[in-house]
Design a protein around this ligand. Sequence first.
Ligand code: FE
Ligand code: CA
Length: 536
Amino acid sequence: MLRLPLAPAHSCDRRRFLIAGGLATAIGALPAWARQGEGIRHNPFTLGVASGDPEPDNVLLWTRLTPPLAGLGETDAPALPPLKLRWELAHDEGFTQPVDRGEAMALPQWGHAVHVQVNGLAPDRWYYYRFLLGDAASTTGRCRTAPAPHAKASRLRLAYASCQRWEHGYYAAWAQVAQDAPDMVLFLGDYIYEYATPPLTVGLARTQPLRTALNLGDYRDRYALHKSDPQLQAAHAACNWAVIWDDHEVENDYAGDSGRGDPARFLARRMAAWQAFYENMPLRASALQRSFQGLSLYRDLRWGQLARLHLLDGRQYRSLQACRTPGQADAGAILPQECPQIDDPARSFLGWEQEHWLSRQLQGDGRGKARAPIWSVLAQTTLFSARRYPSGKQSTDSWDGYPAARQRLVQQIAHSAPRNSVLLGGDIHQNYVCAVPLQAHQAPDKANPVIASEFCGTSISSRSGTTQAKVDAVAAHNPQLLFARCEERGYGLAEITPQRWSTELRAVANPLRADSRIYTLAKFTVEDRHPGPQRA
Ligand code: FE
Ligand code: CA
């Protein structure tokens, strides 16, 4: 049987707990957590803790209880009963200066996930939190409130990341993120991958025993697998995470209600996957829609007057990829002249409601508007900038597959004119740094000025599937791509001040090692009121 790595600080193996339980029974004092329900003979805080979107007056705390992870994926693994937890929030790590405490239920129908919102907090402060069940305790997490909306915040340190396929690499990047001590992690999609371990395991960092995820139990197990990683847990415990999703949280390349195979079966699969996403992410209950028809994931976050982050959902509402046969796999890349449908302005990447919402948001960020932020950030899942391959082909799944929708958004940015616009993305498993011009599909020049900057991040662990020689040829063919690298896994670390945005591209020296060295591959800055990244 495969043994998953367990976080040492708060996990013990099942046998040790059985022995401890037996001894306790012998002296008539079974641990309180063991008395709460049948079969609890282990510390159930196996997946760590998390906190969600920073807001000025409240924090969202998360944890999820599981049976021993050694039984992950086994259908006869024991289920947990409903359990009542306690939570604590304090000013200090030792919990000697308590702020608030309470109780919450971990219920089987929500996968024993717990989402607690703690209200009435002071803005711009760090707090510590933990969960307790009898005498079992979770790890202690650190989280913070955002500065008040009118506050002149002087700094925001932001890590952005995506794509953490289990088999392709260890999560050394996450250990370094925790060391970097950002205010917030932006996770831009592909938190899980739905696949089973490939049959050929040569060159993989690690394997896992789960079948391809299809139903709710499968997706819950898949999150438990990823979240069992101690380095990922450390990054969650270090600061708040704001999350959006991409395709692999459900099925590769799905678009709205279209996936592969039987449509009804796909919709059931998508619903199961979305429920598991909610259960496992530090999202507020406001993400849940009535009768659970979907998740409301597009939203904004304010960091005082310094920044406003617009978090976008690029999967739930998009039109089907151009020239994709319903029920079949996406074509990948196509020649636009062989697929005129790609330019149809009736096709949307965000869906019309979200497009209108974003248009209003950008108007609110516009130059001269009261309380307009210095930095307007569009956090979304994939590459925004145009990327033509030397063959003339273009991708159908990124914004290149929705050129009219991309141009509408560029026009909105140009029309609303936020003081500074920066796009963040993921999905492509490569580092791209781009200048976004007014005509997004053409090279920037005097007649086609740059209006925004883009940092599309590489992956935490997922492989790129291409070569640097090919990527160099692509970059030479597309002057708006200032920097393009496919060989490094890692994340981006942005330091945002009123005067300057600085991005460090952080790279993992060896993805096959959990203790890999992390180094800075390149550094770019964007100066206030000067759109376009500059190599530092
Ligand atoms: Fe990915
Ligand atoms: Ca995909």
